[in-house]
Design a protein around this ligand. Sequence first.
Ligand code: ADP
Ligand code: MG
Length: 259
Amino acid sequence: MTQRTRGGRPMASSTVRGAAIRIRGLHKSFGNEPVLRGIDLEVAEGEVVCVIGPSGSGKSTLLRCVNLLEEPDTGEVVVGGTEITDPDVDIDAARRRIGMVFQHFHLFPHLDVTANLTLPQRRVLGRDRAHAAAVARERLERVGLADKAHAYPGRLSGGQQQRVAIARALAMDPEVMLFDEPTSALDPELVGEVLAVMRELAGDGMTMMVVTHEMGFAREAADRVVFLDGGEIVEQGPAARVVGEPRHERTRAFLRRVL
Ligand code: ADP
Ligand code: MG
């Protein structure tokens, strides 16, 4: 890891060993509305952190700030030792290290599954056709969809499409994966297959930040649960503790509504 400097001073804090994601003093407003009011959060390498909280609490904005789909007003976001909020950073290079899965799958409808996985590898990573195809095959196997390699997204169920979206993100060899309500758009009977893929990924040691309302998943798969409300982290801790014995009244009120 290279030692980076700013203004001639060593940035000792930018290379915290073991922290895959480090967020410090993150603020974000839209117009006059503060949406994130000073978020401090670290995610260790291989850690799975679930972010829960009411609609409008800033969960999506938080994830979007981690891969700079939104630009923070103030604060620092470090991913894999690179401060991506540094104005001099190569943002495309930084983003390549971060996989993102959205509620709506955002697959290319006019491309078959394999092409959905190979196109970004070729365009963004410059991989040749054979290399990209080999990676695509492996990732599709990993999400249990090797047999759908040549299907078009419109022919797949929502659960299958989301698994393709996960495979597509994994094909880019990300260091961290961000999930924004990956199962919220799915019919209930399709949720399980997507969560199973995510559990497996977690078991393989992937660093994951997951915004979800699936409390069962949070309990079983998350190392830590973070409860966000009003743009602030109200409470966080081991999943069983936060979900099972929430300490803060706002957390209790939220969990009463969703459980
Ligand atoms: P959550 O994902 O927890 O539901 P969001 O991060 O999507 O919350 O949104 C938090 C708040 O920020 C909401 O009040 C939302 O309306 C507002 N917001 C989010 N994105 C934008 C945007 N691009 N422009 C203006 N307001 C936004
Ligand atoms: Mg959201």
